[in-house]
Design a protein around this ligand. Sequence first.
Ligand code: BGC
Length: 965
Amino acid sequence: MTRANMMVLGLLLPVLGFGEWTKIDDFQSYSQAKLTSGENGWRCYNDKITTATVCSDVLAVGNQAAKIVHGDDSIEKNHNFKHDVFYHRGALNIPPGGTATVFMRFLIESGLDKNLGHVRGPAPVEGAHVCIVVNEGALSSPGVRAGVILEGKAVTAFGYGRKRKADQKEPAPQVKRNCWYRMWIVLQNAPGSEENKSKAYLQEEGGDGKTVAIPGYVVSEKNYRPSIWKTIGVIKAPNCPLTDVFIDDFYVDNGGENLSIPISEKATQNWKAKLDAEAKKYAHLLKKPDTLEQAEKQARELLAVMTPEERFEMVRGSTEGVPGFLRLGIQPVMVNDAGSGINNGNSVNRGRFPRTVAYPCTLLLAATWNPQLAEAYGKSIGEECRVGGTGILLGPGMNMYRSSVGGRNFEYFGEDPLLTGHQVASYIKGLQSAGTAATVKHFVGNEYEFHRHGVNTIMDERTLHEVYMEPFRQGIEAGAFCVMTAYSQLNGRWAGQSRYVNTDLLRGALGFKGIIMTDWIATCDGVEFAESGANMEMPGGFSLTRDRAKVFGTPAIDRMALTILTTCLQAGFYDRPAKLPKLEKHRRQWEQVARDTNLEGITLLKNNGLLPMTETHKGKKIVVAGNRATTEELGGSGSGHVPGYANKTYLQAVTETFAGAEVLNPLRPDKLTDEQIRAADLVLLFPGMAEGEGRDRIFALPDDDLITRCVTNNPKTVVCLVTGGGVQMEWADKAAAIVHAYFGGQTGAAALMDILTGRAEPSGRLPFTIERRVEDAPGGDLKALQKPNAGPAVELTSVPFAHDLFPNETKTQGYVWDNAYAEGVFVGHRWYESKKIPVRYPFGFGLGYTAFAYGNLKVVVKGQKATLSFTLKNIGKRPGAEVAQVYVSDKVCSVPRPLQELKAFQKVQLGAGKSKRVEIELGSEAFRFWNPATKKWTIEPGEFEIHVGASSADIRLKEAVRVTD
Ligand code: BGC
């Protein structure tokens, strides 16, 4: 905190009515986080110069007792804040008659990440004061948003300030009671425009509808870029007694220091003692039950002692997870994202772990085609969750890879429902064996990020069941405790609040009994949501709260809460300490699993014999280039991002591995001359691109020209793709070798070196097809989506996250974008095969340093099941692993079926020259299809063909079989 700002706050404090602000210790070192622990829970973080610095928290200063509940109170610095945001949130309980102040400061580098803070407290009483201060920081990013939602009858003052002038004495603006206020703030870069001042507008429901400028709010000072703040929506919810603050998407850069706020320790202790005494009465209801019936019984008894307010609170969920109630001894259950380990850095329970392993992304896990490894991967993450007290992991994600441009493909498991389902089921078994609940997401049809808050996925029922629901079916069968629904609409209904999705499909067709939560702000109708069969509207029940008058205290809310309680009891969350720190001793094992996953998933796509590079490179010249050569965090962005620790760049790994070589790494491609490329003994390229949640991606690599230049000038060019899927590869024929390294996380670079040098045998296989041209993929060319559907405009209030679609305009109406999955069940290789479209690399493809022969297929069919066996022989000179894939082809069927569908696979390790008889069972699922006429799975007896091969395009053995009734 600068001296000037201290003075500012000093001036503000009497006005706003808080206690004394004091400065905590200066940071001893910029690279070390500083934290004050204890009940006041104030925490601070800092980091070097241009990187992010964020301090935020909730504090309560009471004339009576006040309590702040935190997820955690120990953070250790081990986080690269570049392009990142640090944010902490806590729940604020304001006792009757209390006064609370919420203070937030965000000082974040111009950047990329999404942040979402959410603070709330149950039922503050009439007369309480809530003040929100969003303070400090230089705004540096165009088109960014921040939002504050204030609600509740207890709100009597609303103040926010950004660099208030020291002499500014006006009181915070007054807002009406019994009103909802929703303010979306749009910050825009508008240099030189008239708008050289930032403005803030606030609209109030029930007022005259005009926007109201809030006085005393000046942003356009030194360090501040011009900004415009606008309101784009107002939500009505009279008589709401809750208080929420919602902050989303802050991109602000540099500066900032730290504060601590003293709270009366004694008051806090008294408060806690009172709660503990009450909680003792219910301890017997919190024991982990042996059966579902017992869980339901206990849940019913718990529900009976919960107040309607508490029940409502529970179903609203929060960014922290499942709300807890201290007076009942019900602990909050923390959640964390999810794509490549534990995301300890986004708004969802940020910073509760000292560090978390950055695993390879799940697409790479799929590429291992090894369910045992998927189980170990899940178990490692599950154990790590326990260390930091995370009860529910917000993953795994299992949407389908429809084309390479899907922005979150890296967080999923590829194009095939069977491979995805098998890997997912094993992952979930592993995760939940460690006591951490899985959340299978995003149900269903959420394949793209394009207008993800406003898109309507259209698909027929057969496609839904056979392709898109299938991984979820397997995940649920494996015991997943939670499901997260999609942002998108499914056939015209927002999935999160759709009765068809939640009740008919999830509860009905898939028999799911656990917690159904929405994605983060995915609903807009509280009544529809409450009736849909779902349980938690994350992260804070915005539409439930808006429609509170209609839903509060209803049997629907009780039903929703009952399932949450039942599931949490079943999972044992209420009967154990949230944290299990002793598991930390398994860290080395987790890191090893991460490395093994890389070793088994990295996929060799082309090799003209240059690999493995076993010879010494001492004294040789190696060019290392590509925009991912010096990237530390090998992962995608968004909620699936995990920063990791002990990261190694590809450049570092090359330098270590090829010791004694002269490594040339130009910082920019245009600094690398053709002569230098020609003069090199080896060219190693590591190209990638920005990929992550919130946007779809491009197909051609930004480094495409560089690659073309290298392969043209040097035949010893190895291209290592650092991407979350396929890319355009017009240069493929000229490259000496191509390796798909995906997003390897913290062990990715070292593992890739093991593969390149032959210390490990490549055995990854593509879990998706790489198309030649983006428009070859079904739905791959998103141009068709660039305009909204032709239907009538809809009220923005009926679109969740409407501001996302119309960030720069004040509108009341908008459109939804239709995205028809017209290819039906012909997704992935099924599409390319049936349409005879040539592909760059087929599904299931991958090379090793050895070769395998297949022979002697025998299939025995009994009714609707088959047992097949064949001989696999390693005919090369090195040991290696083969992924034998079994596809089934239905020769005659009343509905159009793909030419073949993957129905089983087995990864087999074999020493050089060794052979093995492989046996595989096919259950009746291998032959069935979803019959839209009967709405049932159906097998039509008759002729089928069994295909066994090394990829979808490399079938080595075939046998015709007859399936009977
Ligand atoms: C993502 C989810 C994620 C949630 C919480 C959403 O934007 O779509 O996958 O779990 O945020 O971070």
